[in-house]
Design a binder for this molecule. Structure first.
Ligand code: ZN
Length: 453
């Protein structure tokens, strides 16, 4: 038996444990939710500090002005306080009530102005008048506030005091990494963006889920290395890619995780390659057990798959979500709060990602060592080897499918899909055939993870 012939029974948790994991992910997301994050600054550091209580994170600090591919690490932004006071001195917008009230990366301001001038600095959602929108302005110098449209309509003419106590200054871009060592020299990348303020699904859910998953992997022997990345969207992924071109060549599979706490979907967006092993594994998981997941083709818009799947890298990295970003009304508003995510949805998202990891770990390509005619299974005691948990006919079918398709061109996942049998049953049958000398393992392909020439 080779080193990754692990049993499913050892790596699957019980239904109870899965409910527990949902509660743990939710509790962690709830701790992250209040923090005001952006693409740089102390909010990212506070978030990494909390995640670091779960796993042994490495925190990286990259100075302002560092060239990263075609981009430059920006100045660091930190905010202490912000408000708008009406003519009577009453705070009508207060950063301390909700950090979405301030346009992300706002310049500092403290002055009085008439409502007519203030209006152009206020962002609202007329179609969702009770919600505060999430807006940023990373790469242009401006200041602004966000508020519920109905509250905005209540503002009366007069002189308003606006105050944003924030600064942009030379500092650092911060990101966190966790590395789980496997037995091979090949990597799986799991990544979540850490740059959004108080938005629970996008992406406290993804950060918390990946931290709990990384923690669970600590007690598991894997053949792949697992590289967890908690970095600000776009500029963080670009920074990581620029500093890790040697590690990039080892990435064989990758998944971006965001919006995993709501009850929608599940959705998977394929890698740019479209036929990577992670694309096949996620397709299988999203259709297993009666799930009716949606698979979308790659497009160059979305989260950090935009960077990982740029042509100079072309990594096999897909995007996993429940509701797809931009399609649910709570997206990028104050309604994306802790009531919008739930432990049971976090648990089922966790289970789906873990199932994909199981497939990556357990999938291999067999070669039939007795390909001329069927080998005699009864003589080798194989019909009884699986015990009484499966109908004998079904067990035999799994053997026959594996033996027939074990021509070196079909992985176990290919065989599961072609046969319509479960991956789990095919893996068990293949393990027994291997142990009885009827199969060998085809050499691993070396196609994945290389830099485009
Ligand atoms: Zn977002």
């Amino acid at each position: 038996m080779n080193s990754f012939m692990v049993s499913f029974d050892n790596i699957r948790s019980s239904a109870d444990a899965e409910v527990d994991v949902g509660i743990r992910i939710y509790a962690l997301a709830a701790r992250l939710y209040p923090i005001c994050r952006s693409i740089t600054g102390d909010g990212v550091r506070k978030t990494l500090h909390i995640l670091g209580q779960q796993i042994d994170l490495t925190q990286h600090e990259v100075p302002t002005g560092t060239q990263v591919l075609d981009w430059t690490v920006p100045q660091e932004w930190n905010i202490r306080d912000a408000y708008i006071k009406d003519p009577s001195g009453r705070k009508v917008v207060d950063f301390r009530d909700h950090n979405l009230h301030v346009l992300g990366y706002s310049q500092a301001v403290h002055r009085k102005m008439p409502l007519s001038e203030l209006r152009s600095h206020i962002h609202t959602l007329p179609a969702q008048p009770d919600l505060i929108p999430y807006r940023t302005s990373y790469y242009s110098d401006q200041w602004g506030f966000c508020m519920a449209h109905n509250r905005f309509l209540e503002l009366e003419d007069g002189e308003y005091e606006v105050m944003i106590d924030a600064e942009k200054s030379d500092g650092h871009l911060t990101y966190g990494e966790y590395f789980h060592k496997g037995s091979s020299d090949r990597d799986v990348l799991l990544s979540a963006h850490i740059c959004h303020p108080s938005l629970a699904n996008d992406n406290c859910s993804g950060l918390a889920l990946l931290a709990c998953l990384a923690r669970a992997l600590r007690s598991r022997q894997t053949r792949y290395n697992y590289r967890f990345l908690f970095a600000p969207g776009t500029i963080g992924a670009l920074t990581w890619l620029a500093r890790n071109e040697d590690a990039v060549a080892r990435i064989e599979h990758g998944l971006i995780v965001s919006c995993v706490g709501d009850g929608g979907g599940p959705n998977y967006k394929r890698s740019r390659r479209g036929n990577a092993a992670i694309d096949q594994a996620m397709h299988y998981v999203l259709n297993a057990g009666g799930r009716k997941g949606t698979i979308q083709d790659f497009s160059p818009y979305g989260y950090d798959e935009r960077q990982y799947c740029s042509p100079g890298f072309n990594l096999p990295v897909g995007l996993f979500q429940r509701n797809a970003f931009g399609t649910f009304p709570e997206y990028h508003t104050s309604a994306d709060n802790l009531d919008f995510i739930a432990p049971e949805h976090l648990a089922s998202s966790y289970r789906m990602i873990m199932e994909a990891i199981d497939i990556l770990e357990l999938n291999w390509t067999p070669i039939n060592l007795f390909p001329k005619g069927e080998p005699q299974l009864g003589r080798r005691g194989l019909y009884s080897a699986l015990g009484g948990d499966k109908a004998a006919g079904e067990t035999a079918m799994a053997y026959l499918w594996v033996l027939n398709l074990a021509d070196g061109n079909h992985s176990l996942l290919d065989i599961a899909e072609r046969s319509g049998m479960s991956f789990r049953d095919i893996v068990r049958a293949a393990q027994l055939l291997l142990a009885n000398g009827l199969l060998a393992e085809a050499p691993a392909e070396k196609s994945a993870g290389s830099l485009a020439k």
